[in-house]
Design a protein around this ligand. Sequence first.
Ligand SMILES: Nc1ncnc2c1ncn2[C@@H]1O[C@H](COP(=O)(O)OP(=O)(O)OP(=O)(O)O)[C@@H](O)[C@H]1O
Ligand SMILES: [Mg+2]
Length: 259
Amino acid sequence: MRAGKTMAEQAKNGKNQEPLVVGRLHKSFGSQKVLNGVDLSVARGETVVVLGRSGTGKSVLLKLLVGLQQPDSGSIRIHGQDIGGLGMDQLNEVRKKIGFLFQQAALYDSLTVEQNVEFPLVRHTTLSDAERGKKARDLLASLGMEKDLNKMPSDISGGMQKRVGLARALALDPDILLFDEPTSGLDPITAAEIGQLIVKLKKERNLTSVVVTHDVHGAKSFADRMVLLRDGKVVIDGTFVQLEKSPDPFVVQFLKDAA
Ligand SMILES: Nc1ncnc2c1ncn2[C@@H]1O[C@H](COP(=O)(O)OP(=O)(O)OP(=O)(O)O)[C@@H](O)[C@H]1O
Ligand SMILES: [Mg+2]
């Protein structure tokens, strides 16, 4: 935030700003330091993949980006607006523009597929029942789920659950999408399909995305850039080709293990 700029000015100018800029982010839980000065910037329409061993803080990073957890220090700017200074109502406004696909699809067990996708529309829009239903069905159809509208989450496969989670994340027409392990636990063909969906969303909606994944090679099909975390810091930030060329022993070993 530039000194002297009010929150309203920032919001007004926001559309011209980088969608996502993170600076010097720190987060600890008790004595455990998880993020130790993470910097990350994502341009409009860009898909950035976040890599790192289990427990390095990838999910924590995504949760900080949507204000589900608070950083100890550092800044998070969404379209130029520093979310650290926002009250609950303002934060909710920002969140509406960010779709979040959770690591476990996190669907509501007692709601049907269609009702799950309608849920954010019920909470955050004034659409009529008919309009909500149509929007949910259109989204599900675009993800190949038009035959499963009335099924319960427990009666569909893991890959289908991810698609429903994705449809729900898209319901409010976000301009930023955060994916936490969108392909984990899926067979290679379904994982590749989810990868194609990410590419399709980028092409059709110019969405800005951050994708956390262990699947480095699968991510090559949709990543504009890859960011590797280690000990709470970014080890490398570049294209896959740049990662492959890196002499850093940690990067070399990470790619070897992922092969
Ligand atoms: N709410 C919390 N309270 C205490 N510790 C937490 C909390 N959330 C995360 N952690 C810790 O922070 C560390 C990073 O967790 P995180 O879930 O971000 O890892 P990850 O990189 O997403 O791992 P994975 O690849 O297995 O999903 C872990 O040691 C975890 O136990
Ligand atoms: Mg995780």
